[in-house]
Design a protein around this ligand. Structure first.
Ligand code: KG4
Ligand code: ZN
Length: 340
């Protein structure tokens, strides 16, 4: 791409992670994330607490990113930041910080769409990870998002399916809550699912037309099922926990794979790139791999630190926009419902 060395500082603060990263061209020099533990006691993200924690974290996190990259802020060419979508109070912290630092250093400001960034994270230069060719299908699955996006080029994207209620990560977390597991429950359900029988307790998959998803019905079905069983046997959960987790995970993966099959059929695109925290799930990874043989897909999973909310993914979009000269004026404001 460019023969010049371009240093970008990227800032991400859309939800409950305060993150900063330095990229040199497409390579990540530092990727710092301060996760907010405070939300664990509430079983979900509390917006007010999130923005307060961002305010406390942002200066040290940015400082650490610059220091770890071994550069000085005077060497930066631009500052990229998450404009949206996300929690308004959280976005405002990153947005105003990025604006004032870019103004102070007299360098360009670059707004980034968080959902585009989850997908373009695949274009970070990272040894051992290949980049998907255009066109491909991006599937972003996390605690906040569930989307299938047709990606024709870096900035030519179309959402072709998304959840109409809960995100897939919420389906894991809320099911875990019913079972008395800690928050977020996704990783523990994954761990226990490996030890259980996925067909022990069949749950029906929701019927949603086209490529959209729905997970709230599944959560209710699990709640009623557990309540009924516990009435019969008060120790039902403890005695069957691994099988229950395996059955829940099996159902959720089935929902995702069914929609991907439909998406590849409708678009004729067989390259699938996944992102978001749920892409860590061992069951979904295995199902995607099996699909390579069964359905002729090629699948792409980025390095784990670039799948969960992070600033490196914001930085790669910042770099691509920098090359296009696509800069943002100082009067920009955060946008909590920003669309792809
Ligand atoms: O991307 P992420 O770190 O944050 C956002 O939600 O934006 O994703 C967190 C979500 C949580 O819902 C968590 O339970 C889920 O990802 N998760 C998993 C696994 N690891 C994280 N879900 C299932 N299996 C996993 N191994
Ligand atoms: Zn995200």
């Amino acid at each position: 791409m460019s023969s010049q060395n371009i240093y970008i500082l990227a800032i991400e603060s859309s939800c409950d992670d305060t993150a900063a990263s330095i990229l040199l061209n497409g390579k990540v020099l530092s990727n710092i994330v301060a996760s907010q533990k405070i939300h664990e006691e509430y079983g979900g993200v509390v917006p007010e607490l999130a923005s307060r924690a961002h305010q406390q974290n942002i200066v040290p996190v940015v400082h650490q990113a610059i220091e770890k990259a071994g550069i000085t802020k005077e060497m930066l060419h631009a500052i990229a930041f998450t404009r949206g979508p996300g929690l308004m109070g959280s976005l405002l912290v990153g947005t105003s910080f990025a604006k004032s630092l870019a103004f102070g250093l007299d360098i360009p400001l670059i707004e980034v769409n968080h959902m585009q960034a989850h997908i373009l994270a695949h274009f970070i230069d990272e040894a051992g990870f290949s980049k998907p060719p255009f066109p491909f299908l991006g599937m972003t699955i996390s605690g906040g998002h569930t989307q299938i996006v047709k990606v024709s080029n870096y900035f030519e994207m179309e959402v072709i399916g998304e959840t109409i209620d809960d995100a897939v990560g919420e389906a894991f977390d809320k099911s875990g809550k019913i079972l008395g597991l800690g928050y977020p429950a996704g990783p523990e359900i994954d761990r226990r699912a490996k030890l259980g029988n996925p067909k022990a307790f069949p749950f029906t998959k929701p019927k949603v037309a086209g490529l959209n998803f729905s997970f709230s019905g599944l959560k209710t079905a699990i709640l009623y099922f557990i309540q009924k069983q516990v009435k019969i046997n008060p120790n039902f959960i403890e005695e069957n926990l691994n099988d229950i987790c395996a059955s829940i995970q099996y159902t959720i993966i089935g929902i995702l794979i069914d929609k991907l099959k439909l998406a590849t059929k409708e678009t004729g695109i067989n390259h699938i790139a996944i992102g978001g925290g749920v892409s860590a799930n061992s069951g979904i990874r295995e199902a995607l791999k099996n699909g390579e043989q069964k359905f002729g897909w090629t699948t792409y999973v980025p390095k784990f630190e670039f799948t969960t909310d992070n600033a490196a993914m914001i930085g790669i979009v910042g770099y691509l926009k920098y090359l296009d000269g696509d800069f943002t004026a100082q009067d920009v404001t955060a946008s909590s419902r920003l669309k792809i």
